[in-house]
Design a protein around this ligand. Structure first.
Ligand SMILES: C[S@@+](CC[C@H](N)C(=O)[O-])C[C@H]1O[C@@H](n2cnc3c(N)ncnc32)[C@H](O)[C@@H]1O
Length: 227
């Protein structure tokens, strides 16, 4: 399903690379694509180490490296509109303070008819399971208020309800709080918590047409939508 939308086509990932898109992943598009660029907020992240801007985005051993852009997911203004056949994003959207702005930016990059593949954490199965699903109205308010990545509105909720027992990498409560306070540097925070209904509302609000949605083990919400 959807194979033709990726075979030989040009795409961009935001916050890649991602195991889910690899040969053995749940949505194995890397081996199919013609080319794939990537955007990350920094040239050095806790997930991937140093990946400087330029031609060094390595995502599949059988494919040429793509171009690495260093930019916010919500502001990729250095990139042309209507340039890509598809956008990939796995477990990234929960890390931005302004998901609607990000989705609108990704839609701008897509050609008419281009596909968005979006994966989000299924809260029930992650360290967010005690947090409430973020109200859709809150995300619209964030968009209208042009909320930026230094936003820490959700910090009290996160410090109270984040399940550290399910997040050993976060360390103890003090280390976790310190990391959260430095979120603008590390971007580890899950600003918002999604379920499938909220994810679908968001992509539709951003003007995409939903093509498929599925919960996939071990902890993914998967959505495919079209510009
Ligand atoms: C949880 S990791 C997911 C990594 C990978 N996509 C996966 O599924 O395993 C989040 C990724 O999004 C990137 N990221 C977080 N906030 C970002 C932002 N505002 N703009 C661009 N990239 C961001 C992080 O640096 C990291 O690469």
């Amino acid at each position: 399903m959807f194979g033709d939308c990726f075979a030989g086509k040009a795409g961009i990932e935001v916050g890649g690379p991602s195991q889910v898109f690899s040969k053995k992943g749940i949505f194995p598009v890397y081996p199919l694509v013609g080319s794939l660029d990537n955007c990350n907020f920094s040239a050095a992240t806790v997930w991937d180490g140093k990946v400087p801007a330029g031609c060094g985005y390595r995502f599949d051993p059988g494919k040429p490296a793509g171009r690495q852009y260093v930019a916010e997911a919500t502001d990729m203004s250095g990139l042309s509109s209507n340039a890509y056949d598809f956008v990939l994003s796995s477990h990234m959207l929960e890390h931005t303070a302004n998901p609607i702005r990000a989705l609108l930016e990704w839609k701008r990059l897509l050609k008419e008819g281009g596909l968005l593949v979006l994966l989000l954490p299924d809260r029930e199965l992650t360290f967010d399971h005690r947090r409430p699903v973020t109200p859709f109205a809150h995300l619209i308010d964030d968009y209208k208020a042009n909320v930026a990545e230094d936003d820490l509105t959700h910090l009290p909720e996160i410090l109270t309800l984040h399940d550290l027992a399910r997040d050993p990498e976060a360390g103890g409560p003090e280390a976790f709080e310190l990391r959260c306070l430095k979120n603008i540097e590390n971007r580890c925070l899950h600003h918002h918590v999604f379920d499938m209904e909220l994810a679908m509302s968001l992509v539709e609000y951003a003007g995409f047409r939903r093509k498929a949605s599925e919960s996939v083990a071990p902890h993914h919400l998967l959505l495919v939508a079209q510009k």
